[in-house]
Design a protein around this ligand. Structure first.
Ligand code: S3P
Length: 176
């Protein structure tokens, strides 16, 4: 495998598979994997859910921006970012400077299916999940589209195979 001097940052909505696919991408490139939300939880000493409840979304976004800026200094690593990270202008700028950004694009049915058994996502608690996700698709997809590389999610293949698709799309981007 040819060496990579940049990070790889996976972006996209909740349920797109950033963590699962990100782990595989890291194995394929033989570089470390970091889950940004887990790092934020580690720094804060509590869960994302608790940060939202105790301090509010704005505080979470501030922490997210700082933690991701720190993680991006450790190149080369694969970072799975939380769904809102790339939407924040400052975080997006940092990602664009220091990483190859990869949007895992997914349709609403896939996202609904993948998020229906999880209860750790504050934005999807006690709400009409289809409505929230479709609003987020409308708001965020034009911004995720600024990523360097776009890979469509495919439920028919394993996370490993998705990882190879990401690798191929990155090579294509680098050799364009
Ligand atoms: C969020 C996505 C979550 C987490 C937080 C907010 C969002 O991460 O960062 O609940 O704004 O889309 P995942 O995309 O990993 O679920």
């Amino acid at each position: 495998m040819v060496g990579l001097d940049k990070n790889i940052a996976l972006v996209g909505l909740m349920g797109a598979g950033k963590t699962r696919v990100g782990r595989e991408v890291a194995k394929i490139f033989d570089i470390p994997f970091i889950d940004a939300d887990r790092e934020i939880e580690f720094s804060a000493g509590c869960s994302v859910q608790e940060i939202f409840e105790l301090y509010g979304e704005k505080a979470f976004r501030d922490g997210e921006r700082k933690v991701i800026a720190r993680l991006l200094q450790e190149a080369p690593v694969v970072i799975a970012t939380g769904g809102g990270a790339f939407i924040n202008e400052q975080t997006r700028k940092k990602i664009k400077e220091t990483a190859i950004s990869v949007w895992l694009r997914a349709d609403i049915e896939l996202l609904l299916e993948r998020t229906k058994h999880t209860n750790h996502r504050p934005l999807l608690q006690n709400t009409d999940v289809r409505k929230v996700l479709s609003d987020l698709i409308e708001k965020r997809y034009p911004i995720y589209a600024k990523a360097d590389v776009i890979v469509d999610c495919d439920t028919e293949i394993t996370p490993r195979a998705m990882g190879y698709r990401v690798r191929d799309a990155i090579w294509e981007y680098l050799n364009a």
